[in-house]
Design a protein around this ligand. Structure first.
Ligand code: URA
Ligand code: SF4
Length: 212
């Protein structure tokens, strides 16, 4: 297949030796789409090789870009607290993103998150596939629409199907829920509390599924 800009992908960069450190090292040099120019570093997934649950977000944000770790900013802190409430230990789950570089645009002195486009998502997909193939999680949890649609198809609607354990080619079960950032963006305190409660409920279902 010819390599045009439209079909560039990280596929050819996946190392033969499939270990997490080897994947992480190869991804650090990825230039399969233009986002490497914008981000400080590749933010690869993190967690144990034998994790039963693999969480997938959208793409790193400002703090993730600076630290090189997924879900450590405001959304990550909400995520950690919700996991704890649901009785799930974050150190036992694997956490990653659909796209591994921070995409942003300047607003004053701040860097504002910009959604990845279909080309960037497709380019980065081999990394996510390789993480899933290596870890073989029992359950994949998609956080938000970008991750849910990357795993369950473009017609998938989180609002209709959240919290359900669905069969997929990637793992015995895929469950989608909202992205923690969407909870932070709720228009008022009451909505935020309600959305957070529903998020924790989805995570409690997950805890029951994995037998915690
Ligand atoms: N949002 C995401 O989708 N992923 C992160 O790692 C941080 C914020
Ligand atoms: Fe590679 Fe993904 Fe970064 Fe694009 S976003 S350069 S595909 S790691």
């Amino acid at each position: 297949m010819s390599k045009t800009k439209g079909d560039s992908s990280a596929e050819g960069l996946i190392p033969e030796r499939r270990t997490l450190p080897a994947l992480r090292a190869a991804a650090a040099d990825c230039r399969a789409c233009d986002l490497w120019k914008l981000g400080t570093q590749t933010v690869f997934g993190e967690g144990p090789r034998r994790a039963e649950v693999l969480f997938v977000g959208e793409q790193p944000g400002n703090e993730e870009d600076l630290t090189g770790k997924p879900f450590v900013g405001p959304a990550g802190r909400l995520f950690d607290a919700a996991l704890t409430e649901a009785g799930i230990d974050r150190t036992r789950v694997y956490v990653t993103n659909v796209v591994k570089h921070f995409k942003w645009e300047p607003r004053g002195k701040r860097r504002i998150h910009k959604k990845p486009n279909a080309h960037e998502i497709a380019a980065c997909r081999p990394w996510l596939r390789a993480e899933i193939a290596l870890i073989k999680p029992k359950v994949i949890v998609a956080l938000g629409a970008t991750a849910a649609q990357a795993l369950l198809g473009p017609k998938f609607r989180v609002t209709k199907e959240r919290g359900k354990f669905l069969e997929s080619e990637f793992a015995p079960y895929v469950m989608a829920t909202v992205h923690p950032s969407s909870i932070l963006r709720a228009p008022d305190d009451e909505t935020r509390r309600e959305e957070r409660r529903k998020f924790v409920d989805d995570l409690k279902k997950l805890a029951r599924m994995i037998g915690k």
